[in-house]
Design a binder for this molecule. Sequence first.
Ligand code: ATP
Ligand code: MG
Length: 202
Amino acid sequence: MIITTASFKGGVAKTTTAIHLAAYLQTKGQTLLIDGDNNRSATRWAERSLERGGLPFKVVGVNQSAKYSKGCEHFVIDTEASAEEEELREIIDGCDLLILPTTPDTMSLDALIQTVELLRALGIDKYRVLLTRVPPPPRREGEEAREFLTEAGFPLFKGKIREAVAFQKAANEGVLVHQVSDRRARNAWNEYSAIGKEVFGE
Ligand SMILES: Nc1ncnc2c1ncn2[C@@H]1O[C@H](COP(=O)(O)OP(=O)(O)OP(=O)(O)O)[C@@H](O)[C@H]1O
Ligand SMILES: [Mg+2]
């Protein structure tokens, strides 16, 4: 399985999603996370993890990927935000499933709509939208975004990822979210693990 996270807009949780889905996939088979972002966020996350015993999967750059892919069953590719059609075509060709994380705010949703319009124009259907950083009740942005996207016929994951500071702590500490000392950490991990199950149709 090759999963890629992508978006036209930055900061929608591509890297956070790539790291946690790689952790889920690793429970199924040897997994490699390929860091396709020049900012190297996933690589830095893995470097910070070394003090705490490391991540359960290897993170490598695109230029190292041929060497380290040997023996791996699953791949997660983290990309940098880009609205270039040429780049999107390449990204789509290179994966089995494209995950489009989006936060439930107007700017992210506008960028998502543009991405999906392009995918539709290219006749691509192997993509799914993931709502991330969904604010807690009584705020309704998450539900409103879901209603809007469902009506527009966008393929959405049933699960969603709620806003939780545990994710920022995890990135800072170079660990997975369930290793963070925070009362919402376990739930935050369960949300990504539910997305992993959806990917495998479990
Ligand atoms: N569910 C969440 N709750 C709270 N904060 C989150 C959540 N998911 C991600 N974040 C935080 O949001 C910020 C952006 O996340 P991340 O780096 O994963 O996004 P990105 O799409 O990879 O960004 P970029 O386009 O810069 O690569 C980070 O500070 C991250 O810790
Ligand atoms: Mg990123």
